[in-house]
Design a binder for this molecule. Structure first.
Ligand SMILES: [Zn+2]
Length: 290
């Protein structure tokens, strides 16, 4: 039997170890208390929407895009299988940004239609709602893998340097940093501080059952596949076409075959029935000192 990190101190389990392990898990954040998105209303409004913009993310690079509240944006695979790292900010206030960890806690490790991208504290409100996902069929595979994760962070030159000692400049972290600097006029060092953990669009990932390690495998995405979002607030987005390509083998190098990703923005004639921009979170921020 192979050794794992849990064998280091694990030689003396308590007598009731198995009983403790067999206790049933409890869902941390039951989402029944959340207001559910009205997908039928989102779908009806989308039916008459017209394309107002499109931006092509070059392979191993990133670009920014803007989406007004009430519009839709679609990320599509073009030319070949490719994963993308997505950052979102409030288009009016860059301090409000996507909170991958809380989105994971609410919706699970992988997002699909009906799930939302939530902003961080103190805002904690939906920034975008996923309204369509052509890879929804994939579900969860026998390895525990699934698509569009909020468990990875983004490939970055610092971790690459730790593991390989190299200097690689087209990791998603650097791609997003350059794109945000170009869009806003910030210096690279300032822009870098706003880059955050991503939604890994089209990436197929999971945790190994034996060691709990983050794994990736070839994305099932094919040209023509897309994931589409409804912008709940004005958004500034940045998307990096990851140097891992379909992430079947390596990233943080120019070895993998990489392709562009397309972002298209659609404006509906009327907003979805009953929709209004989500309010800021209701907590009063006095933290017990009010
Ligand atoms: Zn990447």
């Amino acid at each position: 039997m192979s050794q794992s990190k849990w064998d280091i101190d694990g030689a003396n389990p308590p007598p009731d170890a198995e009983t403790r392990r067999l206790l049933k898990p409890v869902i941390c954040y039951p989402v029944e208390g959340l207001q559910q998105p009205d997908l039928a209303a989102y779908g009806a409004a989308r039916a008459g929407a017209v394309k107002v913009n499109e931006i092509l993310m070059p392979a191993r690079d990133a670009r920014c895009f803007r989406v007004s509240a009430g519009n839709y944006f679609r990320i599509s695979s073009v030319q070949g299988p490719q994963v993308g790292d997505l950052n979102l900010w409030n288009g009016q206030d860059i301090s409000e940004r996507f909170y991958s960890g809380k989105s994971r806690a609410l919706h699970g490790t992988h997002l699909t239609t009906g799930d939302r991208m939530w902003s961080g504290f103190p805002h904690l409100r939906p920034m975008a709602t996923i309204t369509a996902d052509t890879l929804n069929w994939y579900g969860k595979d026998t390895f525990g893998g699934s698509v569009h994760d909020v468990i990875g962070t983004r490939c970055d030159p610092y971790t690459n340097n730790l593991l390989s000692g190299g200097q690689y400049h087209h990791c998603c972290h650097s791609n997003l940093t350059r794109a945000l600097a170009d869009e806003t006029g910030m210096k690279l060092s300032e822009a870098e501080a706003h880059v955050h953990d991503v939604l890994n669009v089209f990436m197929c990932t999971g945790f190994t059952r034996d060691t709990g390690q983050y794994f990736m495998k070839a994305s099932p995405v094919r040209p023509g596949d897309y994931i589409e979002f409804f912008a709940e607030i004005d958004l500034l987005g940045a998307l990096s076409a990851c140097p891992g390509g379909d992430c079947s083998s390596v990233h943080s190098s120019d070895e993998a075959a990489c392709y562009p990703l397309l972002v298209e923005v659609f404006q509906p004639v009327n907003p979805p029935r009953g929709w209004s921009e989500p309010k800021l979170n209701g907590y009063d921020q006095t933290h017990g000192r009010g």
